[in-house]
Design a protein around this ligand. Structure first.
Ligand SMILES: Cc1cc2nc3c(=O)[nH]c(=O)nc-3n(C[C@H](O)[C@H](O)[C@H](O)COP(=O)(O)OP(=O)(O)OC[C@H]3O[C@@H](n4cnc5c(N)ncnc54)[C@H](O)[C@@H]3O)c2cc1C
Length: 447
């Protein structure tokens, strides 16, 4: 059965992408999904599958059919001995963490939040941080998709490995991913240590720190020379520091206070520099320990826009220095910290980490504040350093430029054309990414 939910207006998390799908479907079985896709094909209509809507660009936007897999969630099967589970793609990462923990299992890594659907997180190459850890999609050992013709296709490392390398990061352009077989770890605990350091001191010790810690990242506070580093390592310590105190700190101190100062910065952009410098002073050092799935994610209630690029890992420090110099020289109104993370290289066709380890650098701007010239200047610097954009974040690249960044671009396109010859899964934004003809319409969505 498919529930046809009336959704007049759909908005993404940032609120900047608004769509009016003519129908919004929530299939409750794979058969219902197949029927919906066949029906769309018969009408020559297009379909976009949506996860939790946490991507910044208009990846999911459509005025035709929008399909949500929200009703297809949870674990299909678990093999604790083999450390694998087959998971429905509509499962959000928070639910997934809890379900896996009840079987003594855990994901190898996660990003900053756990609101994303598994399908969306994999579809855009979502990553956490850790030079030994790949994007989340590298944990997908097999995937099942329903294609535009309504047929089911399964790929794995043994059967159709090429399709798997295309499907691991596919932006919903190959078909609707229904189930994923994930490679997992026995449940584990992490110890998180936060430190407040000078930027140059942090960069001088970066090589050593990223090699020493399982997860390492830092946040640079614009208009200051300070950073906050975050290191996480395996531990046997019992959980501590993760109770009500952490909740109060994150919800009240970080989100409520930061929300209030962000509104003030939007009204008076001259406040951005002093606010950022004050945040650097107040950034508290500390140590916590807890189950991995409870420690990775933090609540992000203050809405923003984001651009993130992965540059070759050795180019990261110079890239950040140039970005810092640009923000300072231009006195840009920015009060959100710049985030710096690490991702292991892989061979997924459209992974931004394809072919080698990457440093991911992300810039954020409060909702409603101007993105220009901040994002365009940052993007020029990222591109000069050989960067590739995060698919779930803002960028202005098109098929004409993207194809030079990915050695397996043509292989992805071949698979896409085989599975979706009529372009049933392409909206205008995806046409811009995958077809030359869209190349002229590159603009940032509004703030
Ligand atoms: C506050 C915030 C924090 C974030 N933190 C991080 C982070 O730490 N690391 C990081 O890498 N990214 C991060 N992101 C980006 C986010 O992880 C990605 O944009 C992710 O795709 C969002 O998942 P979603 O379920 O919301 O997907 P959506 O935005 O709904 O969809 C994303 C894409 O996936 C496709 N898709 C969704 N489901 C399926 C399916 N079942 N089959 C086929 N295709 C599908 C859609 O068609 C679309 O192209 C963050 C975003 C926000 C807003």
């Amino acid at each position: 059965m498919t529930s046809g939910v009336k959704v007049k207006t759909w908005r993404n998390w940032s609120g900047a992408v608004v769509a009016h799908p003519s129908s919004f479907l929530q299939p409750e079985s794979v058969d219902a999904l197949k029927a919906a896709l066949r029906d769309a094909s018969a009408r020559a209509g297009t379909v976009r599958v949506v996860g939790s809507g946490h991507s910044f660009p208009p990846l999911c936007a459509t005025d035709e059919t929008m399909v949500s897999l929200e009703a297809l969630h949870g674990l299909e099967s678990v093999d604790a001995a083999a450390r694998e589970a087959v998971v429905w793609a509509g499962t959000n990462l928070r639910e997934l963490g809890t379900l896996l923990a009840s079987h003594g299992l855990a994901m190898e890594n996660l990003g900053d939040i756990n609101k994303q659907s598994l399908g969306g997180a994999l579809g855009t190459g979502t990553h956490g941080t850790g030079v030994g850890l790949g994007i989340l999609s590298t944990q997908a050992a097999a995937m099942t998709l329903v294609t535009a013709s309504g047929d089911e296709v399964t790929c794995s490392e043994d059967a159709s490995p090429e399709l798997l390398q295309a499907a691991r990061v596919s932006l919903g352009a190959l078909g609707v991913v229904t189930r994923v077989r994930l490679r997992l770890l026995p449940a584990y605990r992490l110890r998180l240590t936060r430190r407040n350091l000078g930027l140059e001191e942090c960069l001088a010790g970066l090589e050593e720190a990223r090699a020493r810690h399982r997860h390492y990242e830092f946040f640079w506070f614009p208009h200051s020379d300070r950073v906050m580093t975050k290191a996480m390592d395996l531990t046997d310590e019992p959980p501590h520091g993760v109770g009500v105190g952490r909740w109060l700190n994150e919800m009240v101190m970080e989100n409520a206070v930061f929300g209030a100062v962000s509104r003030a910065c939007r009204l008076r952009p001259a406040l951005c520099a002093p606010v950022s410098r004050l945040s650097a002073k107040l950034a508290s050092e500390g140590v916590l320990a807890g189950q991995s799935h409870t420690l990775f994610a933090t609540p992000r209630l203050v809405r923003f826009q984001e651009m993130e690029y992965g540059v070759p890992v050795e180019r990261g420090p110079d890239c950040l220095r140039e970005l810092a110099e640009y923000i300072t020289r231009q006195q840009l109104p920015v009060h959100f910290p710049v985030e710096y993370r690490f991702v292991r290289g892989d061979d997924v066709f459209l992974s931004p980490a394809h072919g080698g380890d990457r440093a991911f650098i992300a810039v954020h701007q409060y909702r409603g504040m101007p993105l220009e010239p901040y994002f365009s200047g940052a993007e020029a610097i990222f591109r000069n350093h050989g960067g590739r954009p995060h698919w779930g974040k803002l960028h202005t690249q098109t098929a004409a430029t993207l194809k030079h960044l990915y050695p397996r671009w043509d292989d992805f396109q071949r698979v896409r054309e085989q599975l979706d010859p009529e372009g049933r899964f392409l909206n205008p934004y995806l046409r811009r990414l995958f077809l030359e003809e869209g190349a002229k319409s590159a603009t940032h969505p509004r703030a």
